[in-house]
Design a protein around this ligand. Sequence first.
Ligand code: SF4
Length: 274
Amino acid sequence: MNINQIKAGSIITKSKLPDADYVINPYIGCNHGCIYCYAEFMSRFTGHGNEKWGDFMDIKDGYPMPRLEKFEGKSILFGSVTDPYNPLEKKYQKTRELLKVFAESGVKARAEILTKSALVRRDLDLLTRIPNIRVGISLSATDAKFARVIESHAPSPQERIETMRILSEAGITVYAFISPIFPFFSDWKAVASEAGKYADEICFENLNLRGGYKKRVLDIIKEEYPEKYNDFEKIYSSKEIFQTFWENEAKVIKKFMKGKKYKIYFFHEKIKKA
Ligand code: SF4
């Protein structure tokens, strides 16, 4: 792996995401190996040309620590195009360094962390001192074998659910991000039931396939699960089929989640907040 330390002018960037005013990405790149990673477009914008996403990691350095008074009341998401607890965080501790600023400032920014990693547990000492923080744990299915196929270097679904338990018992607000839902593979009802024991909110996002990773995902499904390939591929064969499938799925989710706190992010639009 090509690992570099790079000088960054700032560490907080304005965001266009629906639920985040600002984002913090302490790293460029991510080596969790998710076959559906939409963040790989970052390679082109960060001077990595045709380097394969996951084969390089830039560790941001040299930026001024954020003056959080400017962000009072704003939402700041850690990890929009990287996992802030990717394996390099164990050594470089860039996320931890920034969380210290949040813990020591007392400023009520609405910090949010989105990760797949159990490493977030290391920072419980800081997380419990940050007002308004939420930690989202993302997972797509409970099946460890399937998770290994789609996210080869990320912790197992069981470790992620256990992480939710530990965070929740430490008093941290936790949400589950069931994402991406793979049609015919993601047992989202089981994930929601299991995660719901510890999560305050369950968020759902569908699998979108576009650009360079569409072929990659289809090829891997064809190779690993040939018996399911035709049904899976059909969902992505036309806009109409795609739209109808996910509209129906959203209806099932709404029924299943009735009375509970949830959000659905399908078609990259917020459909409903309970
Ligand atoms: S954890 Fe997120 S950023 Fe990292 S490879 Fe997976 S989808 Fe991409």
